[in-house]
Design a protein around this ligand. Structure first.
Ligand SMILES: [Cu+2]
Length: 137
């Protein structure tokens, strides 16, 4: 069930996006490639509510890219802030930053049916289309 949008409640939307996963309980592995075409491949992923996914992410481009799991509206707001603070670094369990040629993993559990987004929050990338969807059924 989709929850109504309530922009005043980060907590509610954060629970809709899921939570950091337990690497011992991974139910599927999904490989994602990030490229300078400002696309994730695949850009759309289907999982089931409760799945713990190990994302194996590779940056095949020549510039740094990020994969941040979140909700599109919140990430858009964050991306706007990043434009004002280029080079800002994060380290959160819902994201990974990769330099050109780097590969790494991220384990995430999708807890509720609905749509969760992922995007690259390097300045200008999300705006250029570097955003994808996880459909949680
Ligand atoms: Cu990017």
């Amino acid at each position: 069930m989709m929850q109504g949008h309530d922009m005043s409640s980060m907590k509610k939307s954060n629970s809709a996006m899921g939570q950091p996963g337990d690497p011992a309980k991974v139910t599927q592995t999904i490989e994602i490639v990030m490229e300078d075409t400002m696309r994730f491949t695949p850009g759309e992923i289907n999982v089931k509510a409760g799945d713990t996914v190990r994302f194996l992410i590779k940056n095949s481009g020549k510039v740094p890219h990020e994969m941040v799991i979140g909700l599109a509206d919140e990430m858009r707001a964050h991306a706007a802030m990043m434009q004002k603070m280029p080079g800002m670094k994060h380290a959160e369990p819902n994201m990974i930053s990769l330099n050109p040629g780097q590969k790494s993993g991220l384990v995430w559990q999708f807890t509720q049916a609905g749509t969760v987004d992922f995007a690259c929050l390097v300045a200008g990338h999300m705006e250029a289309g570097m955003i994808g969807k996880v459909k949680v059924g």
